[in-house]
Design a binder for this molecule. Structure first.
Ligand code: CA
Length: 236
């Protein structure tokens, strides 16, 4: 169960969303204008905010901006009235995590909310560092370095933000399996539509960067039919 805040001025839409999320087992708070919505987000500290763009007193973009300015990382799902790209880009720029254009299907809204909630709860538990053989990863600074013997030379290993995020998930699983669906949900999110093959290609690239012999991996192991896990030779 999570605490969700809905900021929406249209009564019918607000009631519909409230019923939908309550039926999913969430606790739901509501606000009907921008100022009340912003105050409620900062005061109530909900687990997620469903935020309409067109609101009286203060629009959704301004609310998202203010919330981020206060240092809050609460997941924000923006409900845009227009399907226009400008609106979505403005929303993401303002600090929203995802958006959905009205009219939307309740099933899609619920799926996006589930994904945002999963991503936000996972972030708290993630490890800060990981050692794979001679490579040390710092997830906070997003830096990977290799210590080469015998001359103790330290060189940077270039990794993309997605590669860091994948390794962090594997480290958080602590040797357990991470499925391709989990990678897609938690690293790519619902904004993009990559396939299982995308995950496999990223793993391949990571092996080339991190494994002493990428043809027989020690760190990034395939679990057939399930996904990937870290080999026993890691320390977080
Ligand atoms: Ca509205």
């Amino acid at each position: 169960m999570s605490r969700l805040l809905i900021v929406e001025d249209e009564f019918a839409m607000r009631r519909g969303l409230e019923d939908l999320f309550t039926a999913e087992g969430h606790r739901v708070l509501c606000a009907a204008d921008g100022d009340t919505g912003l105050a409620a987000i900062l005061r109530e500290k909900p687990d997620l905010v469903v935020l309409d763009v067109m609101l009286p007193k203060r629009d959704g973009f301004s609310i998202a901006q203010e919330v981020r300015r206060h240092g809050s990382t609460v997941p924000i799902l923006l409900l845009t009235a227009k399907g226009g790209v400008d609106d979505r880009v403005a929303g993401l720029d303002a600090g929203a995590d995802d958006y959905l254009a009205k009219p939307f299907s309740p099933a899609e809204l619920l799926a996006r909310v589930r994904a945002l909630l999963r991503r936000s709860t996972h972030t708290d538990e993630l490890p800060r560092t990981l050692k794979l053989g001679d490579v040390t990863l710092d997830f906070v600074k997003q830096i990977a370095t290799r210590l080469s013997m015998p001359r103790s030379e330290v060189t940077a290993v270039p990794l993309s933000p997605k590669e860091f995020a994948m390794l962090r998930l594997l480290a958080a699983a602590d040797g357990g399996v991470v499925s391709r669906e989990q990678f897609l949900d938690l690293v790519w999110g619902y904004g993009a539509f990559p396939t299982h093959r995308t995950v496999d290609n990223y793993i391949l690239s990571l092996r080339q960067k991190l494994e002493p012999d990428h043809a027989s991996p020690r760190f990034l192991l395939t679990v057939h039919g399930q996904g990937y896990r870290l080999g026993t030779a890691f320390r977080s």
